[in-house]
Write a protein that binds this ligand. Structure first.
Ligand SMILES: [Zn+2]
Length: 187
């Protein structure tokens, strides 16, 4: 598996403050050494800007020991949406803050309007089937969704695109904040 691509994505996420000591995780579709379809995902508690011992999860939902505890969300997304090949999950502060106040985030900035015009906010505790189902259904209508009080799930054909969507969603939330949003105030 191209671990360098994971690391490059992790470095970008770190440099923009999209992940940190609060982690996050990333994955890419792939085939295991013994020929099973599934995806490679960062390991639990790994710093995304460092080389990682990537874990494999097959499409039947069997994770390697030590796979990120949020593998269920990734598994459900890949099962439901064959066009998605890469997922970035991050915990960016503005997106998390905005998620407490809105059920759907509508970007005002040009990039946000173009690439993720409606960002759904969904509920569910981390690591649960409920979160997996809610996020997988949300990303079938938008490339980025936010788990309330938790973080973003950005889905695309490549890790680079999934990283970009994460950055764009966070930027959109920051612009909404600077325009006087959040805190119960509507625009
Ligand atoms: Zn998370």
């Amino acid at each position: 598996m191209r671990n360098t691509e994971f690391k490059e994505t992790g470095v970008r996420l770190f440099s923009e403050g999209l992940v940190g000591g609060n982690f996050g995780n990333i994955s890419v579709r792939g085939v295991s050494d013994d020929g099973r379809d599934g995806f490679f995902i960062t390991s639990s508690g790994s710093y995304l800007d460092e080389e990682d011992d990537l874990k494999f999860v097959d499409m039947k939902g069997n994770p390697d020991t030590g796979a990120s505890s949020e593998w269920r969300v990734h598994h459900r997304i890949y099962s439901r949406s064959p066009e998605i090949s890469a997922i970035v999950h991050a915990h960016p502060a503005m997106s998390v803050a905005a998620s407490f106040y809105y059920d759907e985030i509508i970007p005002n900035d040009s990039e946000g309007k173009m690439l993720c015009p409606k960002i759904p906010v969904r509920t569910g505790e981390p690591g649960t089937e409920e979160l997996a189902e809610n996020i997988a259904s949300a990303v079938s209508i938008s490339p980025v969704a936010i788990a309330r009080g938790h973080g973003t799930f950005a889905c695309a054909g490549t890790l680079k695109e999934a990283y970009l969507l994460t950055s764009i969603a966070e930027h959109a939330c920051r612009v909404i904040y600077y325009m006087g949003g959040f805190g119960g105030r509507s625009l």
